[in-house]
Design a protein around this ligand. Structure first.
Ligand code: AOF
Ligand code: ZN
Length: 362
C-alpha cells in the first residue's frame, strides 16, 4: 500500500507534469518525485519536451544537483517508467542503476514501444506499485492516453454563446460575445493544445489570428485551416508568423495564391475535407490534442464524425433571440440521437460561465 506521504508526492508529481501540458507532444506529460525512506523529498523533475530527458532522469539529476544520494529511495511517477530506448534511454534501467528500492506509479504505460517498465523493475528486485491517484494522473494526461490507444488526437470543441445558445448575431457579427476574461482563458486552452482548427467560414467571418497571446513560455499550437477550395486570402491573419500554419484543402484546390504556405491535400467526403482523414494526418505529425474553434458547421461535421471528445463552452449573460446556433448540421434529427454528456466542471470566468463536458460514451 502506498503511504500518505507517497500520495502527497504523487499530487506534486501530477502538478509538475501539468507544467509542460501542450509542450511535450507526441510524448505524454510526466512528473516524478524521489523520496528517502523517511519521506523527505530528494529530488523532483518533469518531462519538458519530446527528445529531452524523461521525468525520472530529471528527478535523478535534481537529487544529484542537491547533493542527495538516492540509493534505497522511492520514485513516485505519474506514468509507469519506460522500458525502451527511444529518443532517450529506458527509465526503468536508470532507476535500477541508481539503486531505487521502490517505484510507485499512477498509470500503466499503454504505449506498446515503451511498456514493460514495471516488470523490468520487479525482475531487478525493485518493489513496484501501480494505480496511486490513477484517475487524477490520467486526467492530466487525457489527450495523450486517448490518442495513443486510438491513433487520432483528442478533440476539444470550444465555443462561445449567449445564454440562449447563439454564437453570432442575426447580422453575422460574432466578436466579443464573451468577456475579456473568457477570451484570455481561451488562450490557455490554445497553449495546452497541439493544434487549433478552424473552418473557412470562421476564417472569412472573423479573420482570427489563433495564436497564443499573453502566456509566458507557451508553445504555439499548429494553426490548421480547413479550406477545401483554398479560399483563404494570402493576407489572412492566421498566415502571420506568430505560429506555424497548415492549410488543409481538397485534392485539386488551386493554391497558387499561397506561395510559402504549407498546404496539405486530403480526400473529401460530401465535398468537404474528411474529418477522419484530417485527424489521422494530424496524429501522423505528432498532434495529440486538437482545439476545435469554429465555426458551427465545422463543429457539426466533427460531431457527425464522432470526433468531439471534450466540450468547453463559454456562456455569456446575454440574449440575442436570433442568429446562428453554436452547432449546426450534425445530422441529428431526434432527441434519441442527441450526444449525451456529463458536465465535469462549471466555473465563473469574469461575468461568464465556463462549462466542460465529456460524452457519456467515454
Ligand atoms: C516521456 N517522458 O517522462 C516518460 C515517458 O521516444 P522517447 O524516448 O521520447 O519516449 C517516449 C515514450 O516514453 C512515451 O510514449 C511514453 O510511453 C514513455 N515514457 N515519456 O516522454 C517521460 N516517462
Ligand atoms: Zn522514460
Amino acid at each position: 500500500m502506498a503511504t500518505a506521504t507517497e500520495a502527497e508526492a504523487m499530487r506534486r508529481a501530477i502538478a509538475l507534469a501539468a507544467r509542460a501540458l501542450g509542450a511535450t507532444s507526441p510524448n505524454p506529460v510526466v512528473g516524478c518525485v524521489l523520496l528517502d525512506p523517511a519521506g523527505r523529498v530528494l529530488g523532483e523533475g518533469f518531462h519538458q519536451r519530446a527528445g529531452q530527458a524523461h521525468a525520472e532522469v530529471n528527478a535523478l539529476r535534481d537529487a544529484a544537483a542537491r547533493g542527495h544520494a538516492v540509493r534505497g529511495a522511492t520514485a513516485v511517477v505519474t506514468l509507469e517508467p519506460c522500458n525502451h530506448t527511444g529518443r532517450t534511454g529506458p527509465c526503468a534501467q536508470a532507476l535500477i542503476e541508481a539503486g531505487i528500492a521502490r517505484v510507485v506509479y499512477a498509470v500503466a504505460d499503454p504505449d506498446p514501444t515503451a511498456t514493460g517498465g514495471a516488470a523490468t523493475l520487479a525482475a531487478a528486485g525493485v518493489a513496484t506499485e501501480g494505480g496511486l491517484l490513477a484517475e487524477e494522473a490520467a486526467e492530466g494526461n487525457a489527450a495523450w492516453l486517448f490518442s495513443v490507444t486510438r491513433g487520432r488526437p483528442q478533440v476539444r470543441w470550444k465555443y462561445a454563446a449567449t445564454l440562449d445558445g447563439r454564437s453570432a448575431a442575426a447580422d453575422g457579427s460574432s466578436r466579443w460575445i464573451t468577456s475579456a476574461a473568457s477570451r484570455a482563458d481561451v488562450h490557455r486552452l490554445r497553449a495546452e493544445a497541439d493544434a487549433v482548427v478552424v473552418g473557412s467560414g470562421t476564417l472569412h467571418a472573423d479573420d482570427p489570428q489563433l495564436a497564443v497571446r499573453g502566456i509566458e513560455g507557451a508553445v504555439q499550437p499548429l494553426r490548421v485551416v480547413l479550406d477545401t477550395r483554398a479560399t483563404i486570402r494570402p493576407d489572412a491573419r492566421v498566415l502571420d508568423d506568430a505560429a506555424p500554419t497548415l492549410v488543409v484543402t481538397g485534392p485539386d484546390a488551386d493554391t497558387r495564391h499561397l506561395p510559402g504556405t504549407e498546404v496539405l491535400r486530403l480526400p473529401t467526403r460530401d465535398g468537404r475535407v474528411g474529418i477522419p482523414e484530417l485527424l489521422a494526418a494530424l496524429y501522423e505529425r505528432g498532434v495529440r490534442s486538437v482545439l476545435l474553434e469554429g465555426g458551427p458547421v465545422l463543429a457539426g461535421a466533427f460531431l457527425a464524425a464522432g470526433a468531439v471528445d471534450r466540450v468547453t463552452g463559454y456562456l455569456a449573460p446575454a440574449l440575442l433571440g436570433a442568429g446562428p446556433a453554436a452547432l449546426a448540421g450534425a445530422g441529428i434529427g431526434s432527441i434519441g440521437e442527441a450526444l449525451r454528456l456529463d458536465i465535469t466542471e462549471v466555473t465563473r470566468i469574469g461575468p461568464d460561465l465556463r462549462l466542460t463536458a465529456i460524452p457519456k460514451s467515454q
